[in-house]
Design a binder for this molecule. Structure first.
Ligand SMILES: C[S@@+](CC[C@H](N)C(=O)[O-])C[C@H]1O[C@@H](n2cnc3c(N)ncnc32)[C@H](O)[C@@H]1O
Length: 229
């Protein structure tokens, strides 16, 4: 039986060489972002962006929510994977970060598929719930401030349709989730979400120990069919 592999730099380079399909627009956005003070730790890894695009395709995503735009790498990956006529709504607190990504969205030809909402994400999600109603999104990707992860999760689960996906990033939080005594409220919030998800019978879950931890939560149909026991 195989066990979890340690991903050395060499192995990661191999994974990228055989599977990453990052084009010039994405690569240049990533490179511009990496040069920012916290660029590397905030932006999703390139392979995670590609994985998000695959998930959008698998869910037939027409309405997708991106919580935490930053310079827009995840928004761009998901916008490209939308079904015809689809839209990514992306939430960010600071306009200046999204301003860096916007020209890349335009170059990729998807600017008209990305709807940027500036403000606190919790307020934006509440407004979206009022605007579109419950169950109106195919996929939500949560990647904003960690203290609010439990709040974002509940709102996202209300927004996503049955069979749709809530994807949460950084659910291993740099490996710090293993320490219950870690005083950082971000760690406590991520630990709270992880624990809550295990008990949450509204969703099927998988915590993938890739990148900084990516959790998939698929909203179960209320009728109970198609459930994974
Ligand atoms: C980890 S980065 C997102 C990275 C992005 N998904 C990508 O692929 O590049 C988190 C972003 O969430 C934003 N943010 C933090 N708190 C927020 C809040 N309360 N509401 C909306 N955005 C917030 C930050 O400004 C930051 O740009």
């Amino acid at each position: 039986m195989a066990d979890q592999q340690y991903v050395s730099d060499e192995l990661l380079a191999y994974v990228r060489a055989v599977s990453l399909r990052e084009d010039d627009v994405l690569r240049q956005l990533r490179e511009e972002t990496v040069a920012l003070p916290a660029g590397t730790s905030l932006q999703v890894m390139a392979e995670e962006g590609q994985f998000l695009a695959l998930l959008v395709g698998l869910t037939g995503g027409r309405r997708v929510l991106d919580v935490g735009t930053y310079t827009g790498y995840s928004a761009l990956c998901m916008a490209r994977a939308l079904a015809r006529g689809g839209r990514v709504i992306t939430c960010e607190l600071h306009q200046r970060w999204a301003d860096i990504g916007a020209p890349y969205w335009k170059r990729a030809g998807v600017a008209d598929r990305i709807d940027l909402r500036i403000g606190h994400a919790a307020d934006t999600l509440e407004k979206l719930l009022a605007e579109y109603g419950p169950g109106s999104f195919d996929l939500v990707f949560i990647d904003a401030d960690k203290q609010n992860y439990p709040v974002y999760y509940e709102l996202s689960l209300a927004l996503v349709r049955e069979g749709g996906l809530v994807v949460a990033d950084n659910t291993l939080f740099f490996g710090r989730v293993v320490d219950p005594a870690d005083p950082d409220p971000q760690v406590a919030a991520v630990r709270e979400l992880n624990t809550r998800l295990l008990e949450d019978d509204r969703v099927d879950i998988s915590l993938l120990p890739v990148a900084d931890g990516v959790t998939l939560a698929r909203k179960r149909p209320t009728a109970g069919c198609n459930r994974v026991a």
